[in-house]
Design a protein around this ligand. Structure first.
Ligand SMILES: NC(=O)c1ccc[n+]([C@@H]2O[C@H](COP(=O)([O-])OP(=O)(O)OC[C@H]3O[C@@H](n4cnc5c(N)ncnc54)[C@H](OP(=O)(O)O)[C@@H]3O)[C@@H](O)[C@H]2O)c1
Length: 261
């Protein structure tokens, strides 16, 4: 089998969902059996982790970082025999740590996806160890197209990217919910408030991506002198919105670095 997943919860499930648009040659595995329903829904296989290690050429590792060593160590004899490509998405764990948990030298790709991957809108920085061959990488990148943006990044920066795009959807949902709560306070019905807030986030993001204008210039274009937008921005500045956003990324980065210790 081409692809296997060890773990298919929030993130593994999101990647498997998108990948299944490229190929159905995928098997999922987990601990509880919950992944069977997802496999059935996607029209792919369900197996045990040992069967995945035995039969799959490329294996996504999607268990929690603190569980990785315990999950991989019983699979070491199969890894030594079959030499699969491992694709790890565990926050904070380096390719070198994954190799040591796997117990043998293997090609390893480290990815840092985010949950919008499930709908093809993921941001997925990746890096590879020296054993990943060019042809394998290019075939894998082609299979991953339905996941969203894949971008090569030096491994030393993956923890920082994890703090930005890996955790980022949670920051966006908090902001979206807060904006909508404000609008509901002003009388807008709840469903409309979520929809307007979400579409405003999408529109602003797409405006930046298509124009590549400086975010400050795009912001200035919304602010009429003496108007309501600049009055609103004064409130965000008074509540230290910029500092909070910067500190939240730095806190997540520090935590990611600690996970790998
Ligand atoms: N969530 C995110 O937004 C995000 C973003 C970037 C990276 N990541 C990374 O993705 C990985 C998974 O995170 P998650 O949020 O998807 O966690 P999750 O929802 O808790 O999923 C973990 C998966 O691992 C399975 N699992 C646990 N023990 C296992 C075992 N012994 N053998 C086989 N499978 C086992 C679980 O199966 P059961 O359900 O049966 O217990 C579940 O399918 C983590 O390393 C995390 O750092 C997550």
């Amino acid at each position: 089998m081409k692809y296997g997943f060890i773990g298919c919860g929030n993130m593994g499930g999101a990647v498997a969902t998108a990948l299944s648009a490229s190929t159905k040659d995928i098997a999922l595995s987990d601990r509880s059996g919950k992944g069977k329903a997802l496999a059935d829904r996607l029209g792919i296989s369900y197996a045990t982790p040992a069967e995945i290690a035995e039969n799959c050429d490329r294996i996504f590792l999607a268990v929690k970082p603190h569980m990785m060593e315990g999950v991989l160590s019983p699979l070491q004899p199969m890894f030594a025999r079959k030499k699969p490509l491992l694709i790890t998405m565990a926050a904070g764990l380096s390719t070198a740590q994954i190799q040591s948990f796997a117990g043998t030298s293997l090609p390893i790709i480290r990815i840092m996806p985010n949950t919008p991957t499930a709908i093809g809108k993921g941001v997925i920085p990746y890096c590879c160890n020296d054993l990943v061959e060019e042809a394998t990488l290019s075939d894998w990148l082609s299979d991953m197209i339905p996941c969203g943006l894949l971008d090569a990044l030096d491994e030393s920066l993956i923890d920082a990217a994890t703090a930005l795009s890996g955790s980022g959807p949670a920051y966006m949902y908090l902001f979206l919910e807060s904006l909508a709560d404000g609008a509901v306070s002003c009388g807008i019905p709840r469903a409309k408030a979520y929809e307007y807030a979400a579409m405003t986030m999408v529109g602003a993001a797409e405006m930046y991506l298509s124009t590549k204008q400086h975010p400050g210039a795009l912001k200035d274009a919304v602010c009429s002198p003496g108007g309501s937008t600049i009055a609103a921005l004064r409130v965000l500045e008074n509540y230290k919105f910029r500092a909070a956003a910067m500190e939240c990324i730095i806190a997540a980065y520090q935590k990611n670095k600690d996970l790998g210790k």
